[in-house]
Design a protein. Structure first.
Length: 254
């Protein structure tokens, strides 16, 4: 991949800042010009008790599935508060994607498995039959419907709260006046959050006509519902896959 393919391209990033930093840095290495405008905010759960109880009961589980960086962050915060890090490492630890793995490693947690793409079929092939797993997640998780895979039991616990972020009139003007080449959505919540910026009105034409690069099919569906007209789904459901997708689009245009 060469830097010149994305050099000078204007890319709108809607991901929360904590998660967006690595994504932004990689895009800028390709010479892209990024505008970070998070559409959602990540906060602690308003009721911390379920997360506290889940950490107290780590011995009930055979493994922990970290499906996002935020889930990893808030779960690990509670683990460290309760001084249960040693017990945590007794479980099989699964990180969905290399970014989540890197975050956990950075906090001194060793990961046992890193599937790059999260699908029910793939997870069933990775998890141990007859075992019980815990999945920390947010209130808008696209995997909320996932409770069991075959004879594998998966318990979900609310680890953080995902809320739509309001933007200023100045930011709205920037959106409508900047000639963006791509807008990126790393979750369905990010797409829904952009729609909330202008609700109850529809998104302005200048925004919906920007080609939307989506991390996966459910995210693309949310972007379509928000009104975006041109949608591309990354073949690999990661931010690296999204960059590859943008590079492919640029190649097709040249």
């Amino acid at each position: 991949m060469t830097q010149s393919k994305l050099a000078g391209k204007q890319i709108l990033i809607t991901r929360p800042q904590l998660q967006a930093e690595i994504f932004v840095a990689k895009l800028e290495q390709f010479g892209a010009r990024t505008a970070l405008m998070p559409s959602i905010e990540i906060k602690p759960s308003p009721d911390p008790r379920p997360l506290q109880q889940a950490v107290q009961q780590l011995t009930r589980y055979d493994g922990i599935i970290f499906a996002s960086l935020n889930g990893a962050k808030y779960f690990l915060d509670e683990v460290e508060t309760q001084q249960e890090k040693e017990q945590l490492q007794e479980n099989d630890l699964i990180a969905i994607g290399s970014v989540t793995e890197s975050y956990l490693n950075g906090r001194g947690v060793d990961v046992d498995m890193v599937p790059e793409v999260f699908t029910s079929k793939q997870m069933l092939s990775k998890l141990r039959s007859g075992k019980r797993y815990l999945m920390p997640q947010g209130n808008r998780s696209s995997m909320s419907q996932l409770n069991a895979l075959g004879d594998v039991k998966i318990d979900r616990v609310l680890a953080y709260f995902n809320t739509f972020r309001e933007i200023s009139e100045v930011e709205k003007e920037q959106l409508e006046q900047t000639q963006f080449d791509f807008v990126t959505f790393t979750s369905a919540s990010c797409a829904a959050g952009v729609l909330a910026w202008f609700a109850p009105a529809l998104l302005p034409d200048a925004l919906v006509k920007i080609p939307a690069i989506c991390i996966g099919p459910s995210t693309a569906e949310a972007a379509h519902e928000a009104g975006f007209e041109t949608l591309w789904v990354a073949q690999e459901h990661t931010t690296d896959g999204m960059i590859d997708c943008m590079l492919e689009r640029v190649n097709d245009e040249s």
